[in-house]
Design a protein around this ligand. Structure first.
Ligand code: ATP
Ligand code: MG
Length: 254
C-alpha cells in the first residue's frame, strides 16, 4: 500500500448472520482510484464483505457486525452516520442487471430526482454525462424514452452502471457485474472500469480469475470467511504467499 491513499478501511471485522459467522477478523485497506478485486470460492463471504461497504447488510435481518469499517477515515457504522448519504457516496451494481421498469431516461434520473434535482435541463445533462461514462450513450441516445426493459442484458448492465454513476458516487461496488454477459459486453465493462478508476474507487467481486488478473490493481483471496491473502494483483497471481491461494489460482482447489 506504499504511496496509496486509503479510501475504505476494514479493521477486525466479524460479521454474523444469526449464529453463523460469515466473516472472521477481516482487516484490509482499499486504495483510492484503484480497482480492488475479491476472489474465492462460492460462499466464502465476498458479497457479504462488499455489502458492508455501503451498509446493505443493514437490510438483512439478524445480521450483526463487530469491528470497524471506514470511508475516508469516518466510521460508517457510527450512530451519527447518514446511511442515505453513505449509499450515495458508495454505489453498487449487482450480478443481474436490474433496470427499473421505466424509460432509460427515468432510470438514470431516478437517483438525482430523489436527491431533489427537478430541473429538466439539468437532468438531461446528468443523463448524457452518466451514459457517456458508462460507454453506452451512442447506443442509447436515440432511445432515451423507450423502456429500459427492451435493452439487451449487456446494455441493461451498462445502464445500471450509468444509474449508479448519476448520483456521483466516490466508490463503485461491482458484485459479479459481468457474469451474466457475453464476452463483448464484458469487454466493454472491463474497459469502462479502467476509465472509471480515474474518478472512482472500484471494488469488484468476480469468479473470473482471468478478469481479476486483467483489470484489477490489487486482489484479495477469501476462503470460508477469512481473508487469506491481499496484495498487488500481479504479485498474488505470480507469487502467492499462501499455499491455499496457490491451490485456488492454479485450479487445484476442492
Ligand atoms: N442473508 C443471509 N442470511 C444467512 N446467511 C447468509 C446470508 N447471505 C449470505 N449468507 C451466508 O454467508 C456466507 C457467505 O455468503 P456470500 O454471499 O457473502 O458468499 P460469496 O463469496 O459472495 O459467494 P458467491 O460466490 O456464491 O456469490 C455463505 O455461507 C452464505 O450462505
Ligand atoms: Mg456473492
Amino acid at each position: 500500500m506504499l504511496g496509496l491513499t486509503q479510501k475504505i478501511g476494514v479493521q477486525n471485522l466479524n460479521l454474523y448472520y444469526g449464529n453463523f459467522q460469515a466473516l472472521h477478523d477481516v482487516s484490509m485497506s482499499i486504495p483510492s482510484n484503484k480497482i480492488t478485486a475479491f476472489i474465492g470460492p462460492s460462499g466464502c463471504g465476498k458479497s457479504t464483505l462488499l455489502r458492508t461497504f455501503n451498509r446493505m447488510n443493514d437490510l438483512v435481518e439478524g445480521c450483526r457486525i463487530e469491528g470497524k469499517v471506514t470511508l475516508d477515515d469516518q466510521d460508517m457504522y457510527a450512530r451519527n452516520c447518514d446511511v442515505n448519504l453513505l449509499r450515495r457516496r458508495v454505489g453498487m451494481v449487482f450480478q443481474k442487471p436490474n433496470p427499473f421498469p421505466m424509460s432509460v431516461f427515468d432510470n438514470v434520473a431516478y437517483g438525482p430526482r430523489t436527491h431533489g434535482i427537478r430541473n429538466h435541463h439539468q437532468l438531461e445533462e446528468i443523463i448524457e454525462k452518466s451514459l457517456k461514462k458508462a460507454a453506452i450513450w451512442d447506443e442509447l441516445k436515440d432511445r432515451l424514452h423507450k423502456s429500459a426493459l427492451g435493452l439487451s442484458g449487456g446494455q441493461q448492465q451498462r445502464l445500471c452502471i450509468a444509474r449508479a454513476l448519476a448520483v456521483e458516487p466516490e466508490v463503485l461496488l461491482l458484485d459479479e457485474a459481468t457474469s451474466a454477459l457475453d464476452p463483448i459486453s464484458t469487454g466493454k465493462i472491463e474497459d469502462l472500469s479502467q476509465e472509471l478508476k480515474r474518478d472512482y474507487t472500484v471494488v469488484m467481486v468476480t469468479h473470473n480469475m482471468q478478469q481479476a488478473a486483467r483489470i484489477s490493481d490489487r486482489c484479495a483471496f477469501f476462503l470460508l470467511g477469512n481473508m487469506v491473502e491481499f496484495s498487488g494483483t500481479h504479485e498474488l497471481f505470480s507469487h502467492p504467499q499462501d499455499k491455499r491461494t496457490e491451490d485456488y489460482i492454479s485450479g487445484r482447489f476442492g
